[in-house]
Design a protein around this ligand. Sequence first.
Ligand code: COA
Length: 684
Amino acid sequence: MQISDGVAVITVDHPPVNAISQAVRQGIMDAVSAANADERARRILICCAGRTFMAGADVSEFGRPSLEPDLPDVVAVIEASDKPVVAAIHGQALGGGLEIALGCHYRIAVNGSRLGLPEVKLGLVPGAGGTQRLPRLVGAEKALDMITSGAPVDTDDALKLGLIDQVTDGDLLDTAINYANCIPSVVPEDRRVSRRLTDNLPPALFDSWRKSKAKGQRGVQSVQACIDAVEAACTMPFEAGRRLEREMFLALRQSKQARALQHIFFAERQASRVIGLEEAEARPVKSVAVIGAGTMGTGIAMAFAHSGFEVTLLELSAEALASGIDRIRSLNAKSVQRGRMSEYQSEAMQGRICTTNDYNALGNMDMVVEAVFEDIEVKAKVFQQLQAVCKQDTIIASNTSYLDMNRLAETVARPENVIGMHFFSPANVMKLVEVVKTDYVSPDVILTVMKLLKTLGKTGVVSGVCHGFIGNRMYQCYQREAGLLLLEGASPAQVDQALYQFGMAMGPFAVADMSGIDIGYLMRRTLTAAQYDERAFRVHDRLVESGRKGQKTGAGFYRYEDGAGAGQDDTQVLELIEQVAQELGIERRSISNDEIVERCMLGLVNEGAHILEEGIATSAADIDVVFVNGYGFPRHLGGPMYYAESKGLDLVAEKIHCLAGSQGSRWWTLAQAFEQAAKRGAWA
Ligand code: COA
C-alpha cells in the first residue's frame, strides 16, 4: 500500500491475471485495515498491476480445502470500511474481482474494460455476495441475465446500468486518485450496496427464467442455482441471502459438473500452448485471402473480417462470387436484426471484404486459406496457382475436414508453409478449428496460426495427419455405433432422443439430416472397405441414392414438412432399416436408451485412445476440447475422454473388452495407451 495525495493505493500484483488466491485475499484484507488506521489516508483505492483487474477467484485452489480469509469476509471488510473505497478497474473485473468491486463504494473503469460474473460457466454460483449485491445495484432482471449467462458487459453498458460510476480514457491511477478526492469523505449509506433494497419481482418471473434456462442451458445445475440465489436476493434480507449463496457455492464447488467445467476451462488454455514451439517466432499476418466463396469460404472470410482483418475473397466464377457476397450480406442482416451487431458494424465488416477473380491479386498476402471443394486434386491445383504468385513466406492453409495434408503439402515447393485448418460450419460462429500439423510444417507457421486463431476468438487444437483428424475420425465411430443400433432394433428418433437427453446438442441422425447425408456419402466413396464398417452406413447410403439427402431435400432420416423445422418420423425409413437389417442377417431386438448412450460413447472413447497412442492428439484434454467446441458434446460432462475417466477407465476398458467378445475385435481393439491409462485410472 502507498499513500498518494491523501489516498491509500492498494495494488494487487499477482500475474498473470491477478486471480484471487489466499495471499491476495489476505493482502487486501490487511491493507484495507491498515489504510483505515493510517491517518495520512482519507480515501482508499483498490487497483491492479499488469494486464487486468482481478479476473476471479483462483480456480486452481478449488480442488483444495478452503483457506482463510474467505472472499465474502474480505468483501465485507471492504464494504464496512469507514473510509470510502474506490475500485479502479482495467481489463477484466470477473467473478470474485467484480465481487470485490461491488464491495467497494465507488467504481471507476478504463474505457473498454469488461465486468461480469462468469461463475456459472465453471459450474458455480458467485460465492462472495455477487448474486446479492448485483441485483441491488443494476436491478434483478439484468442481474439474472448477467449471472445466468456469465457474459460480461462493457463499460458503456456498465455505466448505463449504474454498475460503474465513471469511465476514463486517461491514466487510470491519476484519474482514480482525483476521483477519490472528489467523493464525500463519509460513506453515504446507499454506497454500501448490501444496504440497498432489491426489486420486488413476482415469483412467476423466476419460474419463467427457470423454464427458459432449462431449455437453453440444458442440464447445467449451476444455472438453476444462480436463479435461486437472485430470487433469494429479492425475497430475503441481505445476510440471509448471502449465507444461502455461500452454501450453494460450497456445495456446487464439490459437484461433478463444476469439476468437469473446470477441466474444460484449463484444457482450452492448455490446448493453445503447443509443445515444441518454444523457439518459434510468429510471422506477422496483416493481409489475408480466402479462396472459394462457398459456405465455408464466406464463413472463414467473415471470421477474419469480424476481427478487423482486410480479407480478399477469390472465386473464379462471377456468379459464385456474387452469391457468396449475398450470403455474407444476408447473414449480417440477420445478426443486425437479432441485435448481435449494429448496422454500422455490419457495414464496416462487409467493407473489409474485397473480391477478386485473379490470383495475381494475391501477390502480397501474408496468409491464404483455401476453402474449395473437398478433393485433393482440386486443392492441389489451387496450391499450384498460389505458389506461382505468393511471397516466399506466405502461409498456405487448407480448410479440409479429412484429406491427407502431407500429400497436399508435397505438391508445393515450400511445404513448410503449408498447414491444415479444419474450420467447422458455420465458420463465422463455431469456435473450434483443428490445426493440422503436417510432417513438413515449420514451427513458426503453427505458432502463427495458433496466435491468429486466438485473435479471431477461436479455439485451436493441434491434430496430426490422419483421415478425419481428431474430430471426424472419432465421430465416425460414434456414427458407426448409432448406425448399427438402428439395424439392431432402435429407430433414428430413439437414438437421437437418447443422446439428446444425455446432453448432446443434437442426435447423430438429426445432425446428418441438417448437414446433408450426401457429404458423408461422398467422403465414404474415397475410403477402402477396411477403413469403415459399411454395414453401419448402408441405410445412409440408400437414403442418399433415393434422393433423400436430408433437410435440403425435404427428407432424410426424417421427413420435413415445408423443408425445415423438426423432422417427423417416416415409416419408409423404418421399413428401409428393417430391410437392411434383414439383408445383413441382423436380428432386431429391443434396445434401451442406456445401451445407446453407452455404445456411442464407447465408440468415441476407444477411437480417442487410438488417436492418443498414435500421437494424433497431444492429450486426452485436447480431444475433449475438440468435442465440446465442435461436436455439441455437453460441456458440463467435460468431453468424452474426461467423461470416461470420471466413470472409471478400468470399467470402460472392461466394457470394450466385452464388446470385442460379442461383436468381434475389428472395431473394438483396446489401444495399449488405454490399457495403461486403465491401470493408472487416468489418461495422464
Ligand atoms: N484462476 C486461475 N488461473 C487463471 C484464472 C483464474 N480465475 N483465470 C485465468 N487464469 C490463468 C489461465 O489458466 C492462464 O494460465 P496459463 O498461462 O498458465 O495457461 C492465464 O491465467 C492466462 O489466461 P488466458 O485465459 O490464457 O488469458 P486471456 O488474456 O486470454 O484471458 C481472462 C484472460 C481473464 C479473460 C480469462 O483467463 C478468463 O476468462 N478467466 C476466467 C475468469 C473466471 O471465470 N473467473 C471466475 C472464477 S470463479
